[in-house]
Design a protein around this ligand. Sequence first.
Ligand code: NAD
Length: 421
Amino acid sequence: MSEESLLDNALVRLDAAAAHLNIDPDVIEKLKFPRETTKVRLMIRMDDGSRKSFLAWRCRYDDTRGPTKGGIRFHPEADVDEVETLAFWMTFKCAVMNLPYGGGKGAVQVDPRTLSKAELERLSRAYMQAFARIIGPDRDIPAPDVYTNSMIMGWMADEYAQIVGRAEPAVITGKPIALGGSLGRGDATARGGFYLVRHLAEDLGLSKSMRVAVQGFGNAGQHIARLLVGDGHKVVAVSDSSGAVYSKEGLHVDVLLEAKANGKPVSSTAGQGGHELIDAKDLVGVDCDLLVPAALENMIHSKNAKTVKAKLVLELANGPVTPEADALLAESGVVVLPDILANAGGVTVSYFEWVQNRQGYYWTEEEIHDRLRTITEREGRAIWNVSREKDVTMRTAAYVHALGRLAEAIEAHGTQSFFTS
Ligand code: NAD
């Protein structure tokens, strides 16, 4: 694994893209650093009456193209480098999809599994109290990320409404449907990736029945497994934080989904329907056509990249492949559909949610799917074309595509607002 910081690794991609565009160096200078990152210590009352504090951050990386947008992660290893890097990726992801947003991200350093539901609610409300001055429908719009969900977004939206004294559903996305959430948000991240793979299948020479391995079996991982199986593919391996299972004949995804719904790890299905236990570390090298990293950052690195047997990697996680591994995968002829395109379905449907909240008129699930498919195919095709024309990887092509839009917006703002907007 690289010893560089996560943000340094991310910036390697920015430099690679800049080499293919004739843009003002001032643009790169602006995009190399986050505009603002706020750190606070949240103090909450625990159920036993004691007080406990947690570190929390909100980063607004760049708002040139619109209000900053990005999830809030609850994770014991969250840190400021991760938050700023995720916010950098959001800046590019929103530009890739041409959404009228900049990039942001937030986190609390906590293992939410150690909190009771009431403590989790107090922590979520404390986050909104601390950051309400920064957040807002025209300023910064959070959403769920790792270990946060629609229930938490609902509590935060409610807290914000109490602070400003009016209902303001567009302040946060990924809310429960009852509080102004959008149909189709639940599986949007996986669905965007699924539409992308289907759209490029012929160009990529993919078969109608692929063997798939999925790393991480949370929101993104579970939905992609379900969607791919529904389309005639076979999921041969899945992992989560406590283990992995494999079946050459194809795992029973319904059994895995049921185990997760009951709070059990995927390894608990071992022995059922031919599911064999394997080491979670071996998942990356499983014999398959499509590998879907859907867990955390840096999971495919210089030590395991050469073990990848898949022809295609769909990055549903953010930053799962290090720059060193990227080069090794390209050398082996593995195509990587990069995170800022592959998992952008989530923020795209979040954008639809925000639009619906603001207009007070709600779309059907079919309309959401159609609009998501249209945007994914349009931007996916444009990036595919850049990659062919410039003979670069899909990742560099995606950064070139996004950087062109960001540069245009930064230049259009003019120099006066360059660092002060
Ligand atoms: P989640 O919390 O629902 O699931 C994460 C999964 O990863 C869990 O199953 C967990 O057990 C597993 N995991 C953790 N460490 C692991 C390890 N070492 N090996 C294997 N599995 C491990 O989170 P999610 O929302 O599905 O997000 C997953 C990834 O997708 C993250 O990188 C996130 O930033 C990205 N993402 C999510 C969305 C979204 O809308 N949910 C949108 C864009 C990107």
